[in-house]
Design a binder for this molecule. Sequence first.
Ligand code: MG
Length: 389
Amino acid sequence: MIRSSIDDKLVREASLRMPSGCAVPSDGELAEREHPEAAHPYRHPFDRDRARIIHARAFRRLAGKTQVFTHRYSDHFRSRLTHTMEVAQIARTVAGVLGLNDALSESLALVHDIGHPPFGHAGERALDEALREHGLRFDHNLHALRIVEHFESRYAGFRGLNLTLGVREGIIKHSRDYSAAKNPELAEYFLDLRPPLEAQLIDLADEIAYLTADFDDGFEAEILSLDETREGVRLFEQFYAPIQEAYPEAAKRLVLNETLKRVLNALVDDLIVETRRRVERSGVERLDQIRRVPGRLAAFSPKMEELRLGAKSYLFDHLYNAPELTRDHEEAAEVIATLFRTWVAKPELLPPSYATQIEAEGAPRVVADYIAGMTDQYILSHYQALQIA
Ligand code: MG
């Protein structure tokens, strides 16, 4: 068992500080909030953040957002909400086995996709393209931070959810590094330092969850072919063949389920073993050391990484870019581009709470914020109303 990257006792003693002038935040500082709040008698600050995320309106809207398949296909497929729950259970398991702070990991998993616009990646691309025409970009991590810091409105004393520094840092850094020079507005998140292991493992838990789920949903949608997948995906076939041999009478669907269960398990096992190995080899024991290691310590082994990339590129070729999904992608692009153009040209059509932000943020950013928060159905209803008008 490796030592926790975050010392629980220190987190509870939030008054602890690193020596002044030190750029490395201490464990205790990760539990601090922008607006100080009294300690809860029995709930840890990260437990409270998890609850705040689950109770957020943006979290509930994940139920109405596409992961890969729109509801045109079936109600059995993952939505962004059920995907998020799958990531959370994987992240909590990995964090628990590694002796990390599982409440921090689970909170980060629950919030990791909260900044995604409607219509999955097609929607994100369309929104980014619309913003580029105004010299801006759409980034779902940065949008997630705007949601928890500004758009959620639940407290009388301040805007946002007043989440701990540890969760806000993880929202920014869980999947990629941002340059300090290009993002001066993010200076408080010590961009030149690696995030805690609890945040590092979120991106990998996300990869595990969607890789296995997308095979599952892809077969269910009859877009992926079983024979081609067995031939083209080593990570899949290495489990499928022995299960089929062990259960020759079993329905294909059940052999498939058993296979994907084992693929998921193999990825989780590998992530745990490889991360532990890297931590031990690097000799780090404390968060401030983890932060200064040049690369990320949470990782798959090179062998598993190769298998995973093979499976992922197969999904790109045979599922994400499949002709069967083209209609959805084109519709997403059309709906978002049309509404974006309309609202930037006529911002008086926006709800007052957004319209009042235009002076400070400019119409393109405010319109993108408005669109990014919508569910698939809600943005479609706006689009249809526009066609009728
Ligand atoms: Mg995700």
